[in-house]
Design a protein around this ligand. Structure first.
Ligand SMILES: Cc1cc2nc3c(=O)[nH]c(=O)nc-3n(C[C@H](O)[C@H](O)[C@H](O)COP(=O)(O)O)c2cc1C
Length: 318
């Protein structure tokens, strides 16, 4: 399918970003996606800077194609992570940012010639980011896995596309070529997928976590953190049910203190990824999990999604 000038300028074959998922998207997954013609993105998450540097080294050793890094702005290590990225500026094509406003780091990235593409949950944030000179925005709906905003992808993407003059990438609930084609119809130039890549062969998450995504039905996700702050979409497991029960009971108190509940969530994604712990691990995944039923190599996923989209679009955009 014909790429937009923006995606062409990134040197990609497919208009597809792999979401920079904390603890999940390591150098190996990112390199596999980049080698297959998409944009592989390492998820810095809450990892210390030396871990991020290591994953960048891994990606560099496995691909000569462009890849990016996702900077989680809530991370206690964000400043050191940004420093590592600037030091590695010749190897990093772009950064995406999650959970906040990356303004304070923008100039540094721009001077280093690294493109900045923030995830935005609303037209207001998209406008602010466009005014500050970012290169594109990722409009992410609440169908997505991980931390979420309030809008759905279907409603958010066209409104963001109308609100800004820079390229828009759609995310949240996109798992196949129908999602890619629909996103293009809504005004996006491409998509970012997270959940579908959770089950890629090159994705290293614990087999129990992967199996849960493969087996999940459409209604098997829950949103934790609705009361305790930072809502996140996860697969229903013991951890999620317990977390929601505790935060609801805290919310009913006269002076709620969510410290204890938040403590329960700390490190829970990492535990899920590394040990598959269902009692204390958060299996972050999106509503599209029900559509994701097969473990496949990254290259096959990209090919399948774009072939299906191209057929549906029937030359649209050519
Ligand atoms: C396990 C997991 C971890 C994630 N971690 C991050 C993160 O650290 N930073 C970020 O910007 N987005 C993060 N995301 C969101 C993805 O990058 C992507 O935008 C999202 O998964 C797209 O929606 P989908 O899951 O429906 O495909 C995460 C998603 C998942 C499933």
């Amino acid at each position: 399918m014909e790429l937009s000038p923006f995606f062409k300028s990134l040197g990609l074959r497919y208009p597809i970003f792999q979401g920079g998922m904390a603890w999940v998207a390591d150098g190996k997954l990112a390199a596999a996606v980049s080698n297959a013609g998409g944009m592989g993105i390492i998820g810095a998450g809450h990892a210390p800077a030396d871990v991020v540097r290591h994953e960048i080294e891994v990606a560099k050793s496995l691909t000569s194609r462009p890849f990016g890094v996702n900077v989680m702005l809530l991370s206690p290590h964000v400043k050191e992570v940004v420093k590592v990225i600037l030091e590695e500026k010749d190897s990093i094509a772009l950064i995406t940012t999650g959970a906040g406003n990356p303004s304070e780091y923008l100039e540094g990235f721009q001077k280093a010639n690294i493109r900045v593409i923030p995830v935005v949950p609303s037209t207001g944030m998209a406008r602010i980011m466009a005014r500050e000179g970012v290169d594109a925005v990722i409009a992410e709906g609440m169908e997505s896995g991980g931390h979420i905003g309030r809008m759905t992808t279907m409603a958010l993407v066209p409104q963001v596309a109308d609100a800004v003059d820079i390229p828009v990438i759609a995310a949240g609930g996109i798992g196949d070529g129908r999602g890619l084609a629909a996103s293009i119809m809504l005004g996006a130039q491409g998509v970012q997928m997270g959940t579908r890549f959770l089950v890629a062969e090159e994705c290293h998450i614990h087999p129990r976590y992967k199996e849960s995504v493969l087996k999940a039905k459409d209604i098997d996700t829950l949103v934790t953190g609705k009361f305790a702050g930072h809502p996140a979409r996860v697969l229903k497991n013991k951890m999620a049910v317990n977390f929601i029960r505790q935060e609801k009971s805290e919310a009913q108190k006269e002076n709620p203190d969510f410290g204890g509940v938040e403590e329960l969530g700390n490190g829970s994604l990492r535990r899920a990824v590394e040990t598959g712990d269902v009692e204390k691990g958060s299996y972050m995944a999106g509503e599209i999990s029900g559509l994701v039923t097969k473990e496949q190599p990254v290259a096959e996923i990209l090919q399948e999604v774009t072939d299906q989209a191209a057929k549906l679009l029937g030359g649209y955009g050519n």
